[in-house]
Each structure stands twice: as structure tokens, then as C-alpha cells.
Design a protein around this ligand. Structure first.
Ligand SMILES: Cc1ncc(COP(=O)(O)O)c(C=O)c1O
Length: 408
């Protein structure tokens, strides 16, 4: 029997450490109360678990005050809290051509209704941002830089410190959906003002968890107001963190799981996780670099990317043919009749090999325009901490067979 190989960790990580499930079950079975809402011992225990999760997240990102972290449903909500709560009429925002729709859509909406103006820095065909392109775009009204630390399409990691140097005092909102838990992040040393994270990828927590760190001194308008369990005599929203931005009962079962996921990451060590991912990435890049008919996108260097690799299956050139370079590392002719569409390749990997990957645009159309893989997209192979070198060999062999049309 074929073994299932899960290579869709950029969408959500799988499996989760057993501790994550145990922590969630413990919360459901043995705790069950609403943290911060009542004084009885079950509520106190629930509060201790949520506080513990906040402290673990603070340790992971070197956040000096855990209360500057608020829990959200996911990174999309965290990004929206900043984009809609911090920006004001007439503000200018800078972002990049490698962003996810979770950044682009809320920004484009504010631009469309006339609240902000937007500049999008073009990244190169490996997805790399050149920070020297930022200063000429800065104006008196530039209020925010929004940056995806690593592309969810091809893994390209941006130089966050260089970006912060380029923008100076302008606040930086960093989307760490793809790096939190598998790449070192230090809000102090990296100069991050707003850090938006999602819990269900390399932080190894459950879906429906995420959060936002806000540097002390920065203020924003809450998107939701309501019960916080604190200063109940007041009819107005508390002005202190985290309550200011945490109205209503949270996904506390999920937060318990997220805390356990982050504790697992801290026990393994982020650098050890990163090394594991780099080993797999280097192995897959090396296995794919000379496969005829396969184009690999991104930096093509395990030290400059996450363990996410995008490929397309392209036609081979007839000798002497003229072509345009697109993508990188190989020749992409644009989709031709005899090419294998990403969705078709994904389906072959799924049905013939039990290898689970994601195909298409990965919610990042402008990243695909940058890589010249729009509108068909790519086949995305995204590895995680529980993948092995043996699995990399199996997927590389499957890709070779598909490229040589030996699969049917
Ligand atoms: C870079 C990036 N930003 C935002 C998101 C949105 O994540 P979520 O669905 O957890 O909000 C993702 C996930 O696909 C991502 O990779």
C-alpha cells in the first residue's frame, strides 16, 4: 500500500504534535470555563492556560511584554486589525508584489474607497525585494509598510532588517504566516512594529488560531468592541492591551492547542527546525534542478527560502526554437498545448502517488504575476517538520515520471 505523503504545509501543517491535541482535549474535558470571565477555579485555570500561551508566543518572537499580543482567528484577521484600525484618511502605504490576498485585498479596498494611496514595489523574478527601491516611494504621508516575510508561493525570504532600515520610523507590519515557528523572528532586533501570525502552519497549532503583536506606544482603533471580562462597570472599550483588541470569548480551546504547539517548537528549537527544513529543501532542489521539462521558481537556494517550492511542467524546446525566459532556473514557455497544467499534475500526484500538494494561485495572484506563472499558477510542494528525506526522494521520483509523461 502507498503511504500518504503530506506536502501542503504552507496551507496548514499536518500532522500536529500529540501534545497539541492533548492540550485541546484537556481544555475541553477538564477545564471548560471561560478565562477572565468568572472567579471560580476552573476559570482561573482557563486564564492560566491562555496566559501561558501568550507567554510562549512572546518567547518565540522575543516580545518583551506578552500583553502586547492579542489572539485572533488567523493572520488574515490580524492583518485586517492593523490595516483597518491603524490607517487613516489620506495615508500612503507601501507593499510588495509578493503579497498574499490577505494583505492585498484589505489594502486595495481602502484604496478603492479613497482612504489610502498604495505603492507596490516590484520584486524580481525570484520573488526578491530590493530594499533600495523603497526610499524613493516614501512621502510625508507614508504611514505603513506591509511585508510578507516569506512567499507562500515559492518560499523567498525577504531581508526584514534591511527593509526596516530603508523605511526608518515608518511602522512595519510583517506577515509571518510562512515563517513563524520555522525561521528566527525577533521583534526587537528585526525592528518589527506589528507582527501578524497564524497559528496553524509552522507554529503547529490548530486552525482558527493566530494573533498580532503591537509595539508598545502604537495605537489603533479596535474593529470590534464588547465584553472583555474586565472593567465591566465601564460602557466604553478598555484602552489597555490585550483587552482593547480582544472582545468576546476567544477560541480558547484552540489557544490551548496553539500554546502546546509553540512549546513544542521552543523545545525543538527554531534553529533546529530551520536546519531540518533546509536539509529537505536543498535535497528537493538538487533532485529537481536538472529534470527536463520542469521549471523551479524562487531563489533555488535553501538558505534564502522556506521549505516551499513551486514548479511547473513545461514543454521541451525544439532545437533552435526562440523563447522568452520566465520564472527562473529553467525555461518556461508559457503554457503550451502539450504542457501539463498544474491542476492536472496535482491530481496525478494525489491519485497515482498519494502525495498531497496544492496547485493554482495559492491566494497570491500578484506573486504569480511576478514569477510569470499567472494565471495557471504552479504546483506547490511545501514541506514541514514531520517530512523526511525519504519522502523528498519519493516526490522527486514522482515529479520526474510526470515530467517524462510516464505516469499513465
Ligand atoms: C503569506 C500568507 N499570508 C496570509 C495567509 C492567510 O493565512 P490564514 O488563512 O491563516 O489567515 C497565508 C496562508 O495561506 C499566507 O501564506
Amino acid at each position: 500500500m502507498k503511504r500518504l505523503i503530506y506536502l501542503d504545509n504552507a496551507a496548514t501543517s499536518f500532522p500536529k504534535p500529540p501534545e497539541v491535541m492533548e492540550a485541546m482535549l484537556h481544555f475541553m474535558k477538564d477545564v471548560g470555563a471561560n478565562p477572565g470571565r468568572s472567579g471560580h477555579y476552573r476559570a482561573v485555570e482557563a486564564d492560566r492556560i491562555v496566559r501561558g500561551a501568550r507567554e510562549s508566543v512572546a518567547r518565540l518572537f522575543n516580545i518583551p511584554k506578552p500583553d502586547q499580543i492579542v489572539f485572533t482567528m488567523n493572520v488574515t484577521e490580524a492583518l485586517n486589525v492593523v490595516i483597518n484600525g491603524f490607517l487613516k484618511q489620506g495615508d500612503h502605504v507601501i507593499t510588495t508584489s509578493m503579497e498574499h490576498n490577505s494583505v492585498l485585498r484589505p489594502l486595495r479596498h481602502l484604496e478603492k474607497i479613497g482612504t489610502i494611496t498604495l505603492s507596490i514595489v516590484q520584486c524580481d523574478n525570484r520573488g526578491r525585494l530590493d530594499p533600495r527601491e523603497i526610499p524613493p516611494l516614501i512621502g510625508k504621508n507614508t504611514a505603513l509598510m506591509v511585508l510578507n516575510q516569506a512567499s507562500n508561493v515559492c518560499g523567498t525570504i525577504q531581508d526584514v532588517r534591511a527593509v526596516k532600515r530603508a523605511i526608518g520610523e515608518i511602522p512595519l507590519l510583517l506577515d509571518v504566516a510562512q515563517t513563524a515557528g520555522c525561521f528566527p523572528i525577533d521583534v526587537e532586533a528585526d525592528g518589527i512594529d506589528f507582527l501578524a501570525f497564524t497559528g496553524h502552519k509552522a507554529m503547529l497549532g490548530p486552525q482558527g488560531t493566530g494573533g498580532l503583536y503591537i509595539r508598545e506606544g502604537l495605537s489603533l482603533e479596535p474593529l470590534t468592541r464588547g465584553g472583555t471580562g474586565s472593567v465591566s462597570e465601564e460602557e466604553f472599550q478598555p484602552g489597555f492591551m490585550p483587552d482593547m483588541l480582544e472582545s468576546g470569548t476567544r477560541n480558547n480551546v484552540g489557544i490551548a492547542g496553539l500554546g502546546a504547539g509553540v512549546d513544542f517548537v521552543l523545545r525543538q528549537g527554531v534553529s533546529q527546525i530551520m536546519e531540518h527544513d533546509r536539509t529537505l529543501t536543498a535535497a528537493l532542489l538538487s533532485a529537481l534542478h536538472d529534470v527536463a521539462g520542469v521549471t523551479v521558481y524562487g531563489p533555488l537556494n535553501a538558505r534564502e527560502q522556506t521549505s516551499t517550492i513551486s514548479i511547473t511542467f513545461d514543454s521541451l524546446l525544439p532545437p533552435g526554437a526562440r523563447y522568452d525566459y520566465g520564472g527562473c532556473g529553467a525555461v518556461n514557455l508559457g503554457l503550451m498545448e502539450e504542457d501539463i497544467y498544474p491542476a492536472e499534475a496535482g491530481s496525478i500526484l494525489n491519485t497515482e502517488y498519494d502525495i498531497l500538494v496544492r496547485t493554482g494561485l495559492h491566494c497570491a495572484p500578484i506573486a504569480h504575476k511576478t514569477l510569470k506563472t499567472f494565471p495557471e499558477g504552479t504546483v506547490r510542494i511545501s514541506m514541514g517538520y514531520f517530512n523526511t528525506l525519504e519522502e523528498v526522494e519519493i516526490v522527486a521520483a514522482a515529479i520526474r515520471r510526470i515530467a517524462s509523461r510516464e505516469y499513465s
